[in-house]
Design a protein around this ligand. Sequence first.
Ligand SMILES: [Zn+2]
Length: 237
Amino acid sequence: MKKVGTKNSILLLLLLALFDVLAIHRILELGVYFEYQSKTISDSFFRKTFYSESMRENVGYWSKECITFLKNVENEAVYFPIPTSSVDKSLRVAYTDSWMDERNFQGERGHEGTDIMAIENQRGLYPVVSVSDGRITNLGWLDKGGYRVGVTSDSGTYYYYAHLESYSGIAEGDEIMAGQLLGYMGDSGYGPEGTVGHFDVHLHFGIYCYQDGKEVSVNPYFLLKALEKHKLKYSYS
Ligand SMILES: [Zn+2]
């Protein structure tokens, strides 16, 4: 009888230990849940890891505001901004996660986007298409961004394309569709209108949301990674 009692006690202890582990895990999980529930789009961790695989897997942890923004972008972002060449496969692009890296032109600041570099460093060669439907709300020269296009989607998200070599005949106020040609990749910017050659040919792509009337930059890197599955094909060489 005594032996059975000891066995039962051990079993009971093991069960209690298991419940403890489960309870601690649950408490930790709830802690994360409540922490994420209170976050806004302005939260730096949300912006840095935006659209990463882990964020998409655990999207339910985030606040309603964050989830709505993510879902809006998910629905409206359709195409990778640089189509592949149907005639020359060597015309590839490359990019890394450089969001908030240090930049020095016109004062120190964080890099608000992803630089999609042209493997063939030639301005005017690679086409740039709109990632989403929307309206062209900004067009023209910026000392930092060179020839840039700003597209505002229906949800109010702002997609920013900078350092273009030329435009495709688009104008401010135009309604455009996802995949529509905006212009050609270049190296314009970092000076007065027409300045080129201060860096290699690339597309600077940025995403902004608006909070309390302020522009808030969100890291486009993980979205771009996801959009690689949706590249258009254009004939260029
Ligand atoms: Zn850039």
